[in-house]
Design a binder for this molecule. Structure first.
Ligand SMILES: [Zn+2]
Length: 331
């Protein structure tokens, strides 16, 4: 069971993305598995067609939730490996996202790596609406957000998804109303249309997928609506930040990340206590272990200027901070 090797690792709006795009021309090998998924050996392993009638135009981002895998650190890697091993049935998605980052399985037209040029966004298989020309499969980028882990990991996974959704909407010139839930497409397939897009995103359809389940956080539609709106607000916040910036964030050539660090402790308890203080001051923070020390960091950036800006904010709030390119293991 060897772990997959990414073709390329890069940053999308502060999230580490491992690119493992299913190459064009790949076909089903295992006849039994293929048949179970509704195909046959020799069928194309992905739709292999650009979005929106072959134009590659992205018309939205669809959010799903899938379960966290017990005792697996990088869940996206495992889901991607299951995809390559023909164990995911007919499901093909653009991104698997967890607390550690994301794995990309299909072209999303981002231009962030050589295998994913601008204009190349392709069809994924996730919305349960087949080849409906204006359906979720044929027009949107799909994201499986892996949750159901600890509360802290779930928050981080959700935040990573929000950062990526914001970047994708922004990159493709879309507004927040083009952020869809899986359930939005379930409603459309069931012939239900709501003037309020949020209602359509959270209206339960009997015996059909209720997704993203963890983000909805309840089987009560009113609570789900509230939680979905909160998630959208998180995405909107990241979109606002991007719209305030002059240009698309792209990783520098070497893929170096500039990490803002504000403390290092030999005791995990002290590091965690300090991280709490930083968080209380309004900063997103996390603790990594490197060289035997617990280091409190406040963001990783592909652009040094962004890291410097964050460092200045910390300093202004009365915390010492510096920039390091050294990574560590999340704790
Ligand atoms: Zn779903």
């Amino acid at each position: 069971m060897a772990l997959l090797t990414a073709n390329k690792v890069f940053q999308m709006n502060g999230v580490t993305v491992s690119e493992k795009i299913i190459p064009d021309g790949i076909r089903w090998k295992d006849g039994a598995k293929a048949q179970k998924a509704g195909f046959s050996a020799g069928s194309l392993y992905k739709k292999q067609q650009r979005l929106s009638g072959g134009t590659g135009k992205v018309q939205g981002v669809t959010i799903h939730n899938t379960a966290d895998l017990a005792n697996v650190h990088d869940d996206g890697e495992q889901y991607t490996r299951a995809t390559y091993n023909e164990n995911m049935g007919s499901v093909r998605v653009h991104y698997y996202v967890d607390d550690t980052g994301a794995w990309q399985n299909l072209k999303a037209g981002t231009g962030l790596c050589a295998n994913d040029p601008v204009g190349s966004a392709e069809v994924s298989w996730h919305a349960g609406d087949g080849s409906t020309p204006d359906g979720g499969n044929m027009t949107t980028i799909s994201m499986e957000v892996i949750m159901g882990d600890t509360a802290a990991h779930d928050e981080k996974a959700k935040d990573n998804a929000a950062r990526m959704a914001a970047w994708l909407l922004w990159k493709h010139g879309l507004t927040i109303d083009k952020l869809f839930s899986h359930t939005y497409w379930v409603n459309k397939s069931a012939g239900k249309h709501f003037a309020d897009v949020d209602r359509q995103c959270t209206n339960p359809v009997r015996n059909q997928k209720w997704c993203p389940t963890y983000i909805f956080g309840s089987s009560n539609p009113d609570i789900a609506l509230k939680n979905w709106k909160a998630f959208k607000q998180l995405v909107q916040g990241y979109m606002d930040a991007l719209n305030g910036g002059a240009q698309a964030p792209t990783a520098d050539a070497a893929g170096t990340l500039y990490r803002v660090q504000t403390g290092a402790f030999s005791s995990k308890a002290n590091a965690t206590a300090y991280a709490k203080k930083i968080k209380a001051a309004g900063f997103d923070t996390y603790v990594v272990k490197a060289d035997g020390l617990y280091k409190v960091q406040v963001g990783a950036y592909s652009k040094k200027a962004n890291a410097e800006a964050q460092m200045q904010k910390l300093t202004a709030a009365g915390f010492q901070a510096f920039i390091t390119t050294k990574s560590g293991t999340p704790v």
